[in-house]
Design a protein around this ligand. Structure first.
Ligand SMILES: Nc1ncnc2c1ncn2[C@@H]1O[C@H](COP(=O)(O)OP(=O)(O)OP(=O)(O)O)[C@@H](O)[C@H]1O
Length: 576
């Protein structure tokens, strides 16, 4: 846990909080002694001026204690909140640079719990530690010593009450700590089920799985609640018992102290002070117990966060990056590329080899699971290849800064994702300087002007995930967004599948005529022969292998897989 705070917490604030806390403890430790003086020397002797003098001193120490407590809480809160803020941004910075391989390692819902709930646990413990963990031992030592100076005859009471309290605290912790620890994994589970339920709500309804999903959530919720109730019951039971131990100690002090007073071996004031110090001693143990009860849960949180921070991102900038040549003649080359998913034994792609240059359209076709998406994902280095080379403008993409590479590639993924904001915000996602004219031009190519105008133009609101647009409209907006970004390579991963034949054909014709797009290489992943037929180069994938490469006419004449795909699609149309 200390590792996680290192460099993320303000040391000046921590030192300030500790200093204030020391002042507070010293002030608090002085008060019982002053009470005993006032009783012994003022009240017992009827010395009014002494009472006033010590009374003012007590007010002074009380005010000092309040001010110090305020300073301590202020700095403790500030530094623990800052620690939380720094942790959240460090996790976010780390995660945003994850490649798909790393995202495959940690569940998204768990990442969310780690950024929110786990960070809160650390913050709470940091706050408690700065308030109590250091206060308790100082108070414990100070109060024990001062209690002894007030009456060494009564100190034996501690010999009984402290072990009783410690044994009790030990029993409580033994039961509570595993439960505290389990809270985090149970929170994870709730988040996972809740998230899946929310994102898949339509599917759940369509398949009438509402009851099943509700039960699944209920189970997770019930499990969490049961655990929380157990923890709270233990804590709730612990408090009255601890109060009982404290009251028992008080009774013993009054009982035996009374006897000492009547035999004139002890003064009343000393007994009152002893009683207050005894409470401070027991309170210190309780404060320590509270902190130690929270530590295991926070330690579990800390290791969950550290686990994310320690993940080594595989795809990093090279030590000596090269720059892309300043040219308008762009090229994309795959040279004998092999790729294997980290969890898989077999190659997902093997010996992929092709070249394309500015003005050319490369189309990738193949059955479901043949490796089309995997292939295009290698271009922006979402995954790194196992062997071979991928080159952009003649440079191995692993020698480029990832920011430069991503700037050079405009990518439309299979599932179109839009962000909350306006259409304009979404369109400017890859090109902040785009003018309204450029955006309208891109929308025109993507056959989106009509519905965007209907929605209210570029200022039209886009809901979370583009929920207020249809699937086809989202696809077209994602295509337009990719066109607004001026790139060397435009990748469309199955982006035309949601369009009808006519719109698909019009859109591709517009792409062919657009001067900006024609300066780059266009890569289209498609399922339909009609979509790929006019491409300059068609790659036919089958089971991760490049089984055909050529134009439509060439492949139609001599490629078996291509002919098979053609036949199956003709058959489908014939059947209608
Ligand atoms: N993250 C992953 N981890 C392990 N294997 C994966 C992963 N993603 C895809 N695969 C496997 O790689 C193969 C190729 O998948 P890919 O998504 O590239 O196919 P595709 O041709 O794009 O299919 P579709 O047309 O259905 O989108 C499949 O066998 C798939 O199971």
């Amino acid at each position: 846990m200390l590792k996680i705070a290192k460099g993320r917490i303000s040391y000046a604030a921590v030192i300030g909080a500790i200093l204030f806390m020391i002042v507070q403890v010293i002030a608090n430790l002085n008060l019982p002694s002053l009470t005993s003086n006032i009783v012994n020397n003022g009240v017992a002797k009827g010395d009014i001026s002494y009472i006033w003098k010590i009374g003012f001193e007590m007010i002074g120490f009380s005010l000092l204690s309040v001010v110090a407590a305020f300073g301590n809480v202020f700095l403790a809160a500030r530094s623990s909140q800052k620690l939380g803020k720094n942790l959240r941004s460090d996790i976010y910075k780390k995660v945003i640079n994850f490649s798909n391989d790393e995202f495959d390692k940690v569940e998204t819902s768990s990442l969310i719990t780690r950024t929110t709930n786990d960070v809160v646990q650390i913050q709470n413990v940091a706050m408690m530690a700065l308030r109590m963990m250091i206060m308790a031992p100082i108070m414990l030592v100070g109060a024990s010593f001062l209690a002894y100076t007030k009456s060494h005859e009564l100190t034996w009471i501690f010999v009984v009450s402290i072990p009783v309290l410690l044994i009790f605290i030990g029993i409580v912790m033994a039961f509570a700590i595993p439960l505290f620890r389990a809270m985090q994994t149970k929170t994870d589970r709730i988040n996972l089920v809740f998230r899946e339920g929310l994102t898949g709500v339509r599917v759940i309804r369509a398949f009438r799985q509402d009851k099943f999903e509700q039960d699944r959530f209920e189970d997770a919720n019930q499990d969490f609640t049961k655990n929380a109730i157990k923890v709270n019951t233990i804590v709730a039971l612990a408090f009255p018992i601890m109060t009982l131990i404290m009251s028992g100690t008080n009774v013993a002090i009054v009982w035996f102290g009374g006897q000492l007073i009547s035999s004139q071996t002890m003064q009343v004031g000393n007994m009152i002070a002893f009683m207050t110090y005894a409470m401070q001693v027991l309170m210190s143990f309780m404060l320590l117990a509270m902190v130690f009860a929270l530590i295991p849960r926070a330690a579990a949180s800390a290791s969950r966060i550290q686990e994310v921070l320690d993940i080594k991102t595989k795809i990093n900038d090279p030590e000596k990056p090269v720059s892309l040549p300043a040219t308008t003649a762009h090229s994309l080359d795959f040279e004998h590329v092999d790729y294997r998913y980290q969890s898989a034994e077999q190659l997902a792609l093997s010996d992929i080899d092709f070249s394309a240059h500015s003005g050319q359209t490369v189309a990738i076709i193949g059955g479901t699971g043949s490796g089309k998406t995997t292939l295009v994902n290698l271009m922006p280095r979402f995954y790194d290849i196992e062997s071979g080379q991928v080159k952009l403008d003649g440079q191995d993409i692993r020698n480029l800064k990832t920011a430069d590479l991503h700037r050079a590639i405009s990518f439309v993924p299979q599932t179109a994702t839009l962000f909350t904001g306006t259409i304009r915000d979404n369109m400017k996602f890859g090109n902040d300087n785009a003018t309204d004219d450029e955006i309208w031009h891109a929308l025109e190519i993507a056959r989106s002007t009509d519905f965007v105008k209907e929605e209210g133009g570029l200022d039209a609101h886009v809901e979370q995930g583009g929920g207020n647009f249809s699937g086809g409209q989202r696809q077209r907006l994602a295509i337009a967004r990719a066109l607004v970004k001026k790139a060397s390579v435009y990748v469309f991963d199955d982006s035309f599948s949601a369009l009808d034949f006519k719109t698909d054909a019009q859109l591709r014709a517009e792409l062919r005529q657009d001067a900006q797009v024609q300066q780059g290489v266009v890569v289209i992943v498609a399922q339909r022969i009609a979509t790929v037929a006019d491409a300059d180069l068609i790659l036919v994938l089958d089971n991760g292998k490049l089984v055909g490469k050529g134009t439509h006419a060439e492949l139609k004449a001599n490629n078996e897989v291509y002919q098979e795909i053609m036949k199956s699609q003709l058959r489908e149309e014939d059947q209608l």
